[in-house]
Design a protein around this ligand. Structure first.
Ligand SMILES: [Zn+2]
Length: 278
């Protein structure tokens, strides 16, 4: 069923990773033949530098947090989907529609950014990508080997904020958004209001495993519709999973049948089971 933008969820790390896996084989090794900027007023103005990308070869498509990094050898094209962005690979000459703001032309195919709300980004970063101001302060990648229970335990020491808010602070761990923070805390049986600094080593073990499992399940769910994600029909590969707690206030816990509760933490809704998450 095609989705309208009103129901399009904000892209979180799994959606961005699914996008990356879909795009990488279609872009890597291709020579950029042209660039079209139809609307430069995105989250930040699209720099004129991107117009000069023609002739470069795409080496790889990487990801840091929710930023997609198109490696062009001497620099990276940084793409961010913002609140409502999506990327598709289309045949050249496909007519652009209203919200299709940016094209990266690669000979027999076009990478097109559609972004109705225009919170997405298209930027050019020459030189060392790790030093870029948008990336330099990002925290540990949750799916990387760098996020170990010992690392999480160390990061939380002396921290008085609630563990849910800690998980959503991208300067510590990057890309665990609202949905996956609630789901990971349910899976590990940790109350979202618990102070981060009071996390035990055993809880850090469970939580790291839960974060990775939750994100990987979402990527797999998106991956099952990967073909469509970058297809011409515009349908998405967004994770369509059964959540344990997210957006289920008042409904029965899938484990213990107690009603799921909702609370506000840092202006964001948290969902949890009062019985399973003491
Ligand atoms: Zn429960």
């Amino acid at each position: 069923m095609p989705r309208t933008s009103a129901f399009f969820p904000m892209p979180e790390l799994p959606e961005v990773e699914v996008t990356r896996r879909g795009l990488a084989p279609k872009l890597a090794g291709r020579v950029i033949s042209g660039v079209a900027v139809r609307e430069p007023r995105l989250r930040w103005p699209v720099p004129r530098d991107v117009l000069a990308l023609a002739g470069r070869t795409v080496r790889a498509v990487r990801r840091r947090g929710k930023y997609l990094l198109v490696d062009c050898g001497d620099g990276h094209l940084i793409l961010h989907l913002g609140m409502s962005g999506s990327l598709r690979v289309l045949p050249p000459g496909t007519p652009a529609q209203k919200h299709d703001h940016f094209d990266l032309e690669l000979g027999d195919r076009v990478l097109r950014l559609r972004d109705p709300r225009r919170f997405g980004a298209v930027l050019w970063a020459p030189g060392d990508i790790r030093a870029h101001p948008l990336l330099a302060h990002l925290g540990v990648e949750p799916l990387s080997r760098a996020l170990t229970p010992a690392r999480l335990h160390a990061l939380t020491r002396g921290n008085r904020i609630a563990i849910k808010n800690f998980l959503m602070d991208g300067r510590r761990i990057v890309g665990v958004g609202n949905i996956y923070a609630s789901e990971s805390l349910f899976r590990s049986g940790i109350n979202p209001r618990k102070r981060a600094g009071r996390l035990s080593k055993q809880e850090a073990n469970k939580l790291v495993a839960a974060i990775k499992a939750t994100l990987q399940a979402a990527i797999r769910a998106g991956g099952s519709t990967l073909r469509d994600f970058v297809g011409a029909d515009g349908s998405s590969g967004y994770a369509q999973q059964r959540h344990y707690v997210y957006d289920r206030a008042g409904k029965k816990c899938r484990r213990c049948r107690a009603p799921i509760r909702k609370l506000l933490q840092g202006q964001r809704s948290t969902y949890y089971c009062p019985t399973c998450q003491k």
